[in-house]
Structures are given as structure tokens and as C-alpha cells.
Design a protein around this ligand. Structure first.
Ligand code: 5AD
Ligand code: SF4
Length: 449
């Protein structure tokens, strides 16, 4: 068998980070990545099950590529979807060769090496496996670094604790070692990943929390930026916010999911905070960092959400003025607590509420981006634009993407960029050092990415 693989990833940043780690493992074991799925000897899909739609996407991808089995291609399903409903998946996709949950990826090279056709390999289960350390082989500037697996929160709608198990924090030495190694390879910016980064360290036998981890990471020489997600409103306190405010390397951005503006719904979701507590956290963050970008997730149509509950969410969205919102329609997930509740908000009402918040937020985001016009931002340049190689893309200190044209290679440096326009959450600017402030016609309302 040719040692060539193809990976397709769905879902969250954790999944993408795991895909990256799997890729590095296979490359180190002598495999080659194949960009054309037709030529790969192993096709791997990493699936997400957070909503039914996400799950259907990966199933349909696999079904569409069933024909590849005729030429002996192995087909595998990985990630949360593999862990959640083994039997159901094997029934729906009987042609699978490998089913592997997110905690067993380290075994994949060995499994592939010894694979004998006709046998289905199923590896799912708890998260006792060590964290996969990763040394990036590409010339990237940014890298995602998982610091926890699993989650102890049990929000009533959420499959994550079922798919990924209980919280396991990564030892600080392993996190620091990986980042130091990555910085030696040219990485300038890391995103620390966890379902709830504020839970980091709760399972250690020694006293060490997320704030302590941040305090260590900021001392790594050569690392220019640090950001993290996701923050939980219940646990985001003064300690973390002060560390963020005091350290210039830490990106001034919080992704802090609100889910609902109604205390009744928050309680039914088992979110463990009130709207008032959420608002106090936002206020504290803004007092300490007036420029902070705050983004959030909202779920509409949770069981029992009345028009009045929804109005409360709208009020909070209007008052807080998030930079960006990710808005989801409630999707009942088997095995969760909410699955037994009556999914009583009709689909059309979910759709209407989704659209209403979407358009409200679009206006707010636009107004916020409009205020950047004329400002000078410190932008860490991450990469060339895919669509136009004369342009580069980076992020400012609030983590907002910025693009500008550039004649020399400045990838990996922080440069001053004057913002002249914006579109769809992307700021368009011009590099101050070169001082081409005359407006470039290409910036006029065109998205370049
Ligand atoms: N239905 C809809 N949205 C969900 N999310 C999590 N579970 C569900 C579900 N069952 C949303 C939440 C979470 C985001 C990652 O996905 O808003 O913050
Ligand atoms: Fe990520 Fe959750 Fe989807 Fe798993 S189910 S891929 S943890 S969003």
C-alpha cells in the first residue's frame, strides 16, 4: 500500500488542532499528505457532533466517497462523532475501516502499519492517553496548543463531555516545552485551547491554575502573542483579566459564550451563572481593557424559550455590543439532559430568532469596525493572502484580522498598519512604514482573503 493520506476536518478549533497533530504524526512515520483525495490510500474524516447538521455533514462526506473503497482505499472516521455513537455510526456507514475517538489518535500510525483488510478497527473511550505533543514542520507563524481535554461542566444541551470525557489538564511542562520548541521553529503566536480554559489545573494534585500558566507562557522569549479560548462566564475572574490587561503579549480578546439573556433558560441549560454575573464580568474586562474585543455564542430556541426570554437575549446583545457573535439554533442531541426536554420552539421560530439576532449583530459589528478607520494598529503578519499574493493577512492586538498590501517579506513581524476600510469582519489597511496612505482602489469594499 502507498503511504498517502487525505484528511478532511469539520468542527471546532480543537478538531483542527487534532487534525494538525495527526498530520504531523503521520508525516513523521513516513507518510505523505495527498491533496487529491482520489490518490490517497487512506481517507480520514474528523467529525463534529455538536449539532445534528454538523454530524450529517461528515456522514454525507464519507458516503459520497464510498466509491473509493473499490480501489482499496481505507476510510476512517475520527473525532467526537466516532466516540459518541459507535453502533449507530457503524450501521449508517458500514464500509468504515477505522473508527477512532479524539483520545486515541496517537495509535493511528501503528494501526495503519498493521492494518489487514476486512477488519474494522474501533478505538474509542476515555481520555487517559497523554496529550499529543507537536513540533510544527510547516513555516507557520501561529499554532493552536490544547491545554485541556474534555469538560466537567455538563451544560444540559452539550455532547462535549460525552464525546471527550472528563476534564484532563495538560501538565504545564508539556505545554511550555511544546511552545518553546515551536518558537524555535519560527512560531510567533499561540492560541491556547480548552473547552473552558478557566478550568485548567482543577484536576492537578498541585496548585497551578490558568493564570499561573499564562504567567509562565508570557516569559517565553521570541513568542510575540498569546490568545486563548473558550472562557466560561462562571469562572472568568479578576485574576485572569488583570493578567491579560498587564501583559502586552496577551491578545485583548475574550470569547465568552452567553448562550441566553434569560436566567430561567440559563438555569435550564445548567450554565451556573446569571445574566447579571455575565454583565459584571464584561464590565470588569472593559474597565481593565477599554479596547478589549468581546465575542460570544448565543443559542436560540432552547426548550421552553418564550418570546419574553428571547427578548431578554436581544436586550443583552444590544447593551453589551459584542464584536462578533456566533448564533446557533438549538439542536437536540441524544444522550444529553436537554434531549429529554420538550423541543417546543417550532423550527420557523428558531429560524426567525436566529435571523433577528444575526442582523442586529451585523449592524453592531459594522459600527465597531467603522470606528477602526484612521486608527493605527500593531499587526502580527501571519501569512500571504490566498487570493492575492501581493496582500498579507495578520491580526491586531484585539485578534481582529487585518489585511494590507506589502512588497517585502514581513511575515512573522509586528508592523504598524493604518486602517482605511473594513468588510465582513476584515480590516483593510496600509503599512505605515511604507506610508502608502493614498487609498488603494483594491481596498474599496472588496474582501481579499
Ligand atoms: N444545539 C445548538 N447549539 C449548540 N451548541 C452546543 N451544543 C448545541 C446544541 N445542542 C453551541 C453553543 C456552544 C457552541 C460551541 O455551540 O452555543 O457555545
Ligand atoms: Fe469540537 Fe464539540 Fe464539535 Fe467535538 S462536538 S468537534 S468538541 S465543537
Amino acid at each position: 500500500m502507498k503511504k498517502t493520506f487525505f484528511i478532511r476536518t469539520y468542527g471546532c478549533q480543537m478538531n483542527f488542532s487534532e487534525a494538525e497533530r495527526l498530520r504531523e504524526l503521520l508525516l513523521n512515520a513516513g507518510w505523505k499528505e495527498e491533496k487529491n483525495i482520489e490518490n490517497a490510500s487512506v481517507v480520514m474524516a474528523i467529525g463534529c457532533s455538536i449539532r445534528e447538521k454538523a454530524e450529517n455533514r461528515v456522514i454525507s462526506f464519507l458516503k459520497t466517497h464510498r466509491y473509493l473503497k473499490n480501489k482499496g482505499t481505507l476510510i476512517g472516521l475520527f473525532g467526537c462523532t466516532a466516540n459518541l455513537h459507535k453502533e449507530k455510526i457503524l450501521e449508517k456507514i458500514p464500509f468504515l475501516d477505522i473508527l477512532c475517538g479524539p483520545n486515541q489518535l496517537n495509535k493511528i500510525p501503528e494501526i495503519l502499519e498493521n492494518f489487514s483488510n476486512g477488519n474494522v478497527v474501533v478505538m474509542t473511550g476515555e481520555n487517559e492517553q497523554p496529550f499529543l505533543e507537536c513540533v510544527p514542520s510547516k513555516n507557520d507563524v501561529t499554532m493552536a496548543v490544547p491545554i485541556t481535554k474534555g469538560c466537567n461542566n455538563f451544560c444540559s444541551y452539550c455532547v462535549v463531555p460525552l464525546a471527550r470525557g472528563k476534564l484532563v489538564s495538560r501538565h504545564p511542562d508539556s505545554v511550555i516545552r511544546e511552545i518553546e520548541c515551536a518558537v524555535e521553529k519560527g512560531i510567533k503566536s499561540v492560541t491556547l485551547l480548552g473547552q473552558n480554559v478557566n478550568e485548567y489545573g482543577q484536576d492537578f494534585k498541585f496548585q497551578f491554575d490558568f493564570g499561573d500558566l499564562l504567567n509562565e507562557i508570557v516569559n517565553i522569549d521570541g513568542l510575540l502573542r498569546i490568545d486563548f479560548l473558550t472562557s466560561h462566564p462562571e469562572d472568568t475572574g479578576e485574576k485572569i483579566l488583570k493578567i491579560m490587561a498587564e501583559n502586552p503579549k496577551i491578545v485583548k480578546h475574550l470569547h465568552i459564550p452567553l448562550q441566553s439573556g434569560s436566567n430561567k433558560i440559563l438555569k435550564a441549560m445548567n450554565r451556573k451563572y446569571t445574566v447579571e454575573k455575565f454583565l459584571r464580568t464584561v464590565e470588569m474586562a472593559r474597565n481593565l481593557m477599554p479596547e478589549i474585543s468581546i465575542t460570544s455564542d448565543i443559542m436560540v430556541g432552547f426548550p421552553g424559550e418564550t418570546e419574553e426570554d428571547f427578548e431578554k437575549t436581544v436586550e443583552v446583545v444590544k447593551n453589551v455590543r459584542f464584536n462578533e457573535l456566533f448564533i446557533f439554533k438549538y439542536s437536540p442531541r441524544p444522550m444529553t439532559k436537554a434531549y429529554n426536554m420538550n423541543d417546543d420552539v417550532p423550527q420557523e421560530v428558531k429560524e426567525y430568532r436566529h435571523q433577528l439576532i444575526l442582523s442586529l449583530q451585523k449592524k453592531i459589528s459594522n459600527q465597531i469596525y467603522e470606528m477602526f478607520k484612521g486608527r493605527i494598529c500593531d499587526v502580527l503578519i501571519e501569512r500571504k493572502s490566498v487570493k492575492n499574493p501581493c496582500y498579507v493577512i495578520g491580526r491586531n492586538i484585539q485578534g481582529i484580522p487585518v489585511t494590507c498590501s506589502c512588497s517585502e517579506n514581513i511575515i512573522g513581524s509586528i508592523v504598524k498598519v493604518k486602517i482605511i476600510n473594513h468588510r465582513q469582519g476584515l480590516l483593510y489597511g496600509s503599512i505605515c512604514e511604507e506610508f502608502q496612505l493614498q487609498q488603494d482602489p483594491q481596498f474599496q469594499g472588496k474582501k481579499q482573503i
